[in-house]
Design a protein around this ligand. Sequence first.
Ligand SMILES: Cc1cc2nc3c(=O)[nH]c(=O)nc-3n(C[C@H](O)[C@H](O)[C@H](O)COP(=O)(O)OP(=O)(O)OC[C@H]3O[C@@H](n4cnc5c(N)ncnc54)[C@H](O)[C@@H]3O)c2cc1C
Length: 398
Amino acid sequence: MSDFIETHGSIPVVEECDVFVGGGGIAGVAAALAAARQGTKVILAEKQCVLGGLATSGLVVIYLPLCDGRGNQMSYGIAEELFHLSIVHGAQGPLPEAWLEKGREGERGTQRFEVQFNPVCFAIEMEKLLQSAGVRIWYDTRICDVSAQGGRLRAVIVENQDGRGAIGTKAAVDATGNALLFRKAGESTRRHGRGNTVAGWYYAATQNGLKLQMLGFADAAEGTERDKEEGPQGRRFWGESAKEISEYLTLSHQATLADALKRAEAGWILEPAAMTHMPQYRMTRCLYGETLMSEADEGKPVCGSVGMVGDWRKRGPRFEVPYGALCGTAIENLFAAGRCISADDEMWDVMRVIPACAVTGQAAGTAAALTPEKGRTALPTLQEALRRDGVKLSLSEV
Ligand SMILES: Cc1cc2nc3c(=O)[nH]c(=O)nc-3n(C[C@H](O)[C@H](O)[C@H](O)COP(=O)(O)OP(=O)(O)OC[C@H]3O[C@@H](n4cnc5c(N)ncnc54)[C@H](O)[C@@H]3O)c2cc1C
């Protein structure tokens, strides 16, 4: 069969906004909220039918720590606000009492500021929050392309029930999880070195209530037992083609059912209740931006901090997040947020988790909202706005 020629020559401009946010995961939600609070007209496009991305559709329901494990809170602003929102109707596990209203400061070094939440309540509460801030959410809308000229992104091309259309915008945030907008705009991006093994988390209804079955962690090292379990052994995925994504999802689905049946045979009283609706990739592709975050920055002031994070993996390390990790080198009005900011592989593992995604989301959304007609948002302007919105930027403050 020969190729088809598309019949429609031009793409209609269907909407215009000040800030376009691509992707409605935690990073996109934080970015859209931050931009709307700066008084801008925001559109958020999400290809799924729910907000939260991996944190809700992917059933990754653990809000990892906002602290450094030594009793210091690192991430503030929207990262903290979303933490509280995630458990506004109750938590799925123990509360970090030391960090809550009646908590004792002296106990904070012994308990991490993290929690397990209910993904349905969290997704709906985030939707309410964005709506009350005036963000227009476009669900079931897939970003296909961008139009960029003279170092600026002018429009994002989307496809949904209405067909294909362009959304004109003054600035944009790439919160797609895989740097799609940056790629389409011709910026440099990089692929994660190790790739992903197969994971398939699901909820099972048991006689003791709901149980989260964490089947695989997507990051098994080559040749290990886990590599065999999360197989096919030696196989790695980056979500780079429809065929590969479909293969990953099929393996994940089969593993989910096999696990549930195996447990039922072993005498568990259980029924699978919810499965992941997103491929559970940890790291696929990110921006190769102005600054590449690295673990070598641990404990050091960086040039142009826009927020701070702790290390979810161990107690102690803390990092300032440089503005340059959100910026490409060619397009001045496009900012990265979440698990596709510019970082080397080790640091990427620190920055891809929920609290860090909220930190970079807030910074990117604010930068996009403050974008001038020419050039990029100036660092002092951005830092002043973030401080005003409750974000702490400097290690010397904790
Ligand atoms: C197995 C596993 C376990 C994990 N465990 C934890 C944990 O315990 N705690 C923790 O904090 N983190 C954990 N993480 C990491 C964390 O969940 C994610 O990295 C984080 O939620 C990513 O947020 P994000 O907003 O950057 O990206 P995503 O959640 O991926 O959001 C991106 C959004 O963009 C949308 N999108 C993508 N392309 C398009 C397009 N073309 N058009 C429109 N929309 C698009 C997607 O549908 C998605 O909603 C885990 C990850 C995995 C895979």
